[in-house]
Write a protein that binds this ligand. Structure first.
Ligand SMILES: Cc1cc2nc3c(=O)[nH]c(=O)nc-3n(C[C@H](O)[C@H](O)[C@H](O)COP(=O)(O)OP(=O)(O)OC[C@H]3O[C@@H](n4cnc5c(N)ncnc54)[C@H](O)[C@@H]3O)c2cc1C
Length: 381
């Protein structure tokens, strides 16, 4: 990298929980597993992502989808204060009273304004044991399960967050070597009977081939998918919002799922709405909350010779989705195809109004665009 510096903030991973105020402060080097373990000790949780090794900082600055999205919103919806150091050395705090516009921008505007040094989140009460699991479907039942998901998701209580994944399962799961559809869910409420009844409404519509559901601890559930994402690998991601799971969309998803014959490439279908969907569009810089579903198509692999094949599959899948999808881009699920500063169209992603506010923040806090190896907000605009 020419003329740049890389900061390793991994050691800045302290987590301070205030159980009375239900607030959690953490450094920029914290990973989700550390945050989950610290909050679970107080019967609390912050809505974050689903893989324990992901960094809180990058996840939060882009949005933060996970198993509490419908119950308590995105990670950014729970960010109540933050501190950063600007490129020219100014320490700046942002909360509802101090620099509220910066707080707005940090809720989805990425790492564009300064080097973050702390984050403070609202936390939520979590049951001691969480009802969560996967309902697993083999290929002949994918279409039926997706039609059932359409019906079930139209009346889901907020406590239920659902992510349906198609993948070739890791060998340790002992589910064979062919792709499966895993309808994963987490029920963020102590009333397990109500959660079980909610799950049964789905399984009556689409009886699963394997029913893998149990009460578990929050940190355990939060690391249950870690096997799927090896570290130190090559990767490529694309995503888009989906308005409705109509018959054409389901047919396309089943067609693409059928083509998935190798491990490492997969797609997640997030059921949106709930608390996340009720936050006003203009309340945060996060680009768009209107889609009923969000699809994330991704691949991980080790060998460079596989780059073209795996990347082309994901690009082709994403291109085909444009015929049925609503559009939109969640930046944390998005690979940038060209060098970051030039290959990313922030105006198209954020829309005119949000982009203008983000560009004004950029001019205020990073006028020379020192922080540009990111989903970059241009200084001009
Ligand atoms: C295995 C895996 C699983 C994932 N699962 C989810 C998920 O469940 N939900 C979800 O929403 N996303 C998920 N993501 C996407 C994830 O949110 C993004 O990749 C995010 O950028 C990761 O942030 P990081 O801090 O780990 O990475 P980093 O590479 O450290 O940071 C990514 C970017 O964030 C910014 N940034 C990070 N730290 C700072 C800082 N201190 N100051 C200023 N800017 C900073 C920078 O622009 C940096 O380039 C996942 C990613 C992976 C690889």
């Amino acid at each position: 990298m020419t003329g740049g510096i890389v900061l390793d903030l991994r050691a800045c991973n302290g987590v301070l929980v205030d159980p009375e105020l239900r607030q959690v402060s953490t450094g920029p080097g914290t990973v989700l597993g550390e945050l989950d373990t610290a909050t679970a000790a107080h019967g609390l949780a912050v809505p974050v992502g689903v893989i324990s090794g992901t960094g809180v900082a990058g996840l939060c600055l882009g949005g933060g989808f996970g198993w509490l999205t419908r119950a308590h919103g995105l990670t950014v919806d729970n960010l109540i204060a933050a501190q950063m150091i600007t490129p020219d050395g100014e320490t700046v705090r942002a909360d509802a009273r101090t620099n509220p516009e910066l707080l707005w921008g940090l809720r989805g505007g990425g790492g564009n304004f300064g080097v973050m040094t702390s984050f403070t989140f609202s936390a939520h009460a979590m049951p001691q044991s969480v009802l969560a699991g996967n309902l697993i479907y083999r290929a002949p039942h994918w279409s039926g399960a997706l039609h059932a998901l359409r019906e079930w998701s139209s009346e889901l209580p907020d406590a239920m967050t659902v992510i349906a994944t198609v993948l070739v399962p890791p060998l340790e799961w002992e589910l064979g070597t062919e792709a499966i559809l895993a309808v994963g869910f987490a029920w963020a409420d102590p009333d397990h009977a109500a959660g079980t009844a909610c799950v049964e409404r789905f399984t009556q519509l689409a009886p699963p081939d394997v029913h893998d559901v149990a009460a578990t601890s929050w940190p355990q559930w939060q690391s249950s998918m870690d096997d799927v994402f090896p570290k130190g690998v090559r990767a490529y991601w694309k995503n888009t919002g989906i308005d409705s799971l109509d018959d054409d969309t389901i047919a396309l998803l089943v067609e693409k799922a059928t083509e998935l014959t190798w491990p490492g490439t997969a797609f997640d279908l997030h059921v949106m709405g709930g608390a996340m969907g009720r936050v006003a569009q203009e309340a945060t810089a996060f680009p768009d909350r209107s889609s009923a579903f969000w699809i994330n198509i991704y691949g991980f692999w080790k060998d460079q010779v596989q780059d073209a094949h795996h990347r082309d599959f994901i690009r082709g899948f994403h291109r085909d989705m444009s015929a049925v999808a609503q559009g939109g881009e969640y930046l944390n699920f998005s690979s940038v195809d060209a060098p970051a500063a030039s290959g990313f169209d922030a105006l198209a992603v954020y829309g005119e109004e949000k982009y203008a506010r983000l560009a004004a923040l950029k001019r205020r806090y990073d006028p020379h665009n020192e922080l540009r190896l990111n989903h970059n907000i241009k200084v001009t605009g």
